[in-house]
Design a binder for this molecule. Structure first.
Ligand SMILES: Cc1cc2nc3c(=O)[nH]c(=O)nc-3n(C[C@H](O)[C@H](O)[C@H](O)COP(=O)(O)OP(=O)(O)OC[C@H]3O[C@@H](n4cnc5c(N)ncnc54)[C@H](O)[C@@H]3O)c2cc1C
Length: 381
């Protein structure tokens, strides 16, 4: 839901999970810190020193492990494109989404006071870019409701994608419908264009065209979010840990990797599974199921098999498109409209249910509904 925090249409304070509290409630130990080094011979990991508000909070620490499960996720990849790191926003973490929102609100205020356009360009027509573009449209709609009737006319969102269509990981029908919906929202979807540089004024395309933008978002590419160069593990070009069929890191007997940071190629395929929550979730469940038995009596962890439950992309409250899983009666069927939107909403609630249990998940939902009645629909401060 990071794109909703970025657009300011959802309050992340209500949604965030506090690991410390979660750990206490669910009987695990949470150690804050950033994994820096893995010493595979000694079976130890080193955590980097921690700082907060210019204060050293914790020194370097070491932890021992019997089994290490790496799940450090991924971030967008700028492929070394000049100017991107300096001039673009990324929406890979809550902090980044928050920073983007601060700049977005400044642009909206400037537009109101100075009657200026809000030019936003997003690079990457994957789910993140598409969902963010739609959410920005929703944000100005709410702003219009608060009296800024002209603001929709002043918002210009351009979505830039190098492939011949957006949503490359989704079936054609989903991509076509999503592109059409974005068109009705006024988003300028440009496919088959390659960004070669970014600067303060916008993006430069291969061929010399310039895309002016005061706010620039980079939501393309995937790169593992941590480098563990000296660990001796095997990585692919995107920095993901190459894993065996049972998710053990290649060349190791006690380090597993899952989710976005792992490169898992299913049997019979030549491409790794995509970095999605569905894959991460299923891999986590696989290890939860099998690692305890392996530790207790040496029963090997069996190969992981991915079950494609389908894919959904939601264009804010406007519409949602997707496909159902490739098995059973509805094999791969295309869905849209209310059913797809409801399915998307339920997916999120399902995660909340898994994290918090029924009572708390229901209470969270009720609190959200009440807040929606008494709070502004967009983030104001
Ligand atoms: C804006 C956005 C929208 C998305 N929408 C969808 C969607 O609609 N559907 C979908 O299936 N997927 C979506 N995804 C992808 C989905 O979020 C990921 O596939 C999923 O979160 C991967 O889970 P993970 O556990 O592998 O990694 P993450 O959820 O990224 O978790 C990794 C964690 O590891 C921490 N970490 C990183 N490095 C270190 C380190 N060195 N030491 C300690 N901790 C570390 C990170 O801070 C993070 O908390 C979206 C992603 C983004 C950014």
């Amino acid at each position: 839901m990071l794109h909703t925090f970025a657009a300011g249409t959802w309050d992340f304070h209500q949604q965030q999970l506090h690991y410390l509290v979660h750990a206490r409630t669910h009987n695990f130990e949470y150690v804050p810190g950033q994994l820096e080094v893995i010493d595979r011979a000694a079976k130890r990991v080193r955590l980097a020193p921690m700082y907060g508000a210019d204060t050293a909070i914790a020194d370097t620490r070491e932890l021992e492990y019997d089994v290490l499960i790496l799940a450090f996720g991924s971030r967008a990849d700028d492929f070394g494109t000049p100017g991107v790191a300096e001039h673009c926003h990324f929406i890979d973490s809550q902090d980044q989404a928050d920073t983007f929102n601060v700049h977005l609100r400044a642009q909206v205020a400037r537009s109101v006071f100075q009657n200026r356009s809000i030019d936003i360009a997003i690079v990457g027509g994957g789910a993140t870019g598409v969902e963010l573009a739609a959410e920005l449209s929703r944000m100005v709609e709410f702003a219009t409701g608060y009296g800024e009737v002209d603001i929709r006319r002043r918002l210009r969102v351009t979505l830039l994608e190098s492939a011949s269509r957006i949503l490359g990981a989704f079936p054609d029908a989903v991509a076509t419908s999503a592109a059409a919906q974005l068109g009705t929202l006024g988003v300028d979807v440009r496919t088959g264009v390659r960004v070669v540089a970014a600067d303060a004024q916008g993006f430069l395309l291969d061929g010399g065209e310039r895309i002016p933008a005061t706010l620039k978002v980079w939501a393309a590419g995937v790169r593992a979010s941590t480098t563990l160069d000296k660990s001796g593990l095997k990585f692919n070009r995107a920095g993901q840990v190459v894993v065996q069929p049972n998710l053990l890191a290649e060349g190791d007997t006690s380090i597993f990797a899952l989710g976005d940071c792992a490169s898992f190629v299913p049997e019979g395929s030549d491409r790794p599974l995509p970095p999605t929550a569905q894959v991460a979730n299923q891999q986590a469940l696989h290890l939860i199921r099998h690692v305890p038995a392996w530790l207790q009596n040496g029963k090997p962890v069996p190969p992981f098999r991915f079950r494609d439950l389908g894919a959904l992309v939601a264009l804010s409250d406007y519409n949602a498109f997707g496909t159902l899983g490739r098995f059973g009666f509805f094999t791969g069927r295309f869905i849209k409209g209310h059913f797809a939107r409801l399915s998307h909403a339920l997916l999120y609630r399902r995660y909340q249910l898994a994290l918090h249990g029924t009572a708390r998940a229901v209470l969270l939902w009720v609190a959200e509904r009440i807040n929606a009645l008494v709070q502004p629909k967009i983030r104001m401060t």
